[in-house]
Design a protein around this ligand. Sequence first.
Ligand code: FES
Length: 250
Amino acid sequence: MYQIVGKKVLAPGIKRFEVAAPLVARNAQAGQFIMLRLDEYGERIPLTIADLDPDQGTVTIIVQEIGKSTELLGRLEAGDFILDFVGPLGKPSHIKKFGRVVMIGGGVGIAPIHPIAREMKRAGNEVISVLGTRSRELLIMEEEMKLASTEVLITTDDGSYGRQGFVTDVLKDLIANRGPLDLVVAIGPMVMMEAVCRVTRGPGIPTVVSLNPIMVDGTGMCGACRVQVGSDTKFACVDGPEFDGHLVDW
Ligand code: FES
């Protein structure tokens, strides 16, 4: 059993949990995910890791309530227990000094972008983070992203905060005015990641996407996360979740 040691409501329907899971906290790396099950009747829920504290032995996950299981999870409070909390799963992000990297997080995709941005900055990169949400109230982890980045740029669809528009608008500006960009990492809704890849394909900017939104059970067994990458058929949960965005058959 794994105890929830902290809970915070970040935005409507979006909650942050810190879970005591010392082995996961010590072993996980940026880009990996965990799989949890609330109780013996519960379905498996794969969730990306938003933060880690190896000293405290805690793992931070951010949950958007989009179905029965995530709603049940959302009702738990600090002090409650989760039956299974398995990880780290998936392959870690490739971290090294690339130069100038752009980290794009859309919606709750900001959560998994966070540890990757932090490690990229630690590796000596200039990290420009672009965060996009529908409106200001849905923006999460702004302060954490500022610490993890050299610079943070914000867009909202409705213009209630930052620049009005989409992350791709900011990305096009960065390519035009701040190039060359050495790497783009994008995590968010599939349509957003595909749009980012369309923008970066022409100028040939290497682009990594994380296909965690299509995962269902996170174990390689359900087949839901099957994806064509170049000439290969891959499973996001086992072979990824990160892939070369220009090779993904969207
Ligand atoms: Fe089920 Fe990958 S999520 S096989």
